[in-house]
Design a protein around this ligand. Structure first.
Ligand code: URA
Length: 238
C-alpha cells in the first residue's frame, strides 16, 4: 500500500484534497509565501511533492488521507452532512476538513440526543467494513430510563429473541447490566436504527438519556465533550 505521507503528488492536488484551497489558488499562495518547502526548495503548482515536505503558514500539513477520528459527541449535534439538520458533528472539526477529498464521514451514527464515543473516517473501505451488518463489534451504552425496570429485561435482551417493531429478525443477544432501577448499561453487537431506544420501547420503557461509552476496545479516556483525537487503524483491532 502507498504511504500517503511520502508518495509524490502534484502540490495543487495535495493541497486541494486536504481542503486548504482550490487548486488554482496555489500559485497565489506560493507567491505570498503561505506555502513553502521544508528545505526551502522552489515550488510550483505542478511540482510533485510528498505530504511531509510541505508547510502551510510554516506548519506541517493536516494528516493525510486515512484519518480515523475518535470524538466525544455532545448531545444535540447531528451525524449528517446536511446543514439543514442543525449543528453537525463536523462543526467540531477544523472547517477546512469539511472540504477534504476523500470526505470524512461518521462510522455509523449516534442520534442527535445521544452523546459519547463516535468514530469518523475518510477511509471508505474501513467505513464499509465497520458499518457492515457482518461486523459484530461490541458497543456499550449507558442509558437512563423513564420508568423503573420491571425485572425480566436482562433475560429478554440476552435471549436473542427480542423483535423490534417493523423488523423481520430478532436482535442478537445483548448484555444488560443494572446499576439501579432506572440506570443501566447495555452491550450490543449490532447497529440497527435507534436500536437501544427501540429495545427499551419493546419492553415497555423509554430511554431519556443515552451515552455510548465504548466501541470495541476503544473508550473516550480523558476526552471532554466536543473534543476529539486521531487514532490509528491498529487501535481499532486491538
Ligand atoms: N441506539 C440508539 O437508540 N441510539 C443511538 O444513538 C445509538 C444506539
Amino acid at each position: 500500500m502507498k504511504n500517503s505521507k511520502t508518495s509524490k503528488v502534484r502540490l495543487d492536488k495535495l493541497l486541494g484534497s486536504l481542503g486548504y484551497c482550490v487548486r488554482k489558488e496555489v500559485t497565489a499562495l506560493l507567491r505570498d509565501g503561505v506555502i513553502t518547502h521544508t528545505d526551502n526548495l522552489p515550488l510550483k503548482s505542478d511540482t510533485k511533492v510528498s505530504h511531509d515536505e510541505i508547510l502551510y503558514e510554516g506548519e506541517p500539513l493536516d494528516p493525510p488521507a486515512g484519518m480515523i477520528i475518535l470524538m466525544s459527541k455532545p448531545s444535540g449535534l447531528v451525524c449528517s452532512h446536511d446543514d439543514g439538520e442543525g449543528r453537525l458533528v463536523y462543526d467540531l472539526l477544523p472547517s477546512r476538513w469539511r472540504l477534504r477529498d476523500p470526505k470524512i464521514s461518521t462510522i455509523g451514527r449516534l442520534d442527535k440526543e445521544t452523546s459519547g464515543l463516535l468514530l469518523l473516517t475518510d477511509d471508505g473501505a474501513l467505513l464499509h467494513r465497520l458499518t457492515s451488518p457482518k461486523h459484530k463489534v461490541p458497543k456499550v451504552y449507558e442509558a437512563t430510563l423513564d420508568r423503573p425496570l420491571r425485572g425480566d429485561e436482562t433475560e429478554i435482551f440476552a435471549s436473542g429473541t427480542l423483535m423490534l417493531n417493523g423488523e423481520k429478525n430478532p436482535c442478537l443477544p445483548a448484555k444488560l447490566t443494572i446499576i439501579d432501577e432506572t440506570n443501566v448499561t447495555l452491550e450490543i453487537v449490532e447497529g440497527r436504527y435507534h436500536q437501544v431506544r427501540r429495545m427499551f420501547a419493546a419492553v415497555g420503557n423509554h430511554v431519556i438519556a443515552l451515552h455510548r461509552s465504548t466501541f470495541g476496545n476503544l473508550t473516550l479516556r480523558d476526552l471532554k465533550e466536543g473534543e476529539y483525537r486521531l487514532i490509528d487503524a491498529e487501535s481499532l483491532s486491538r
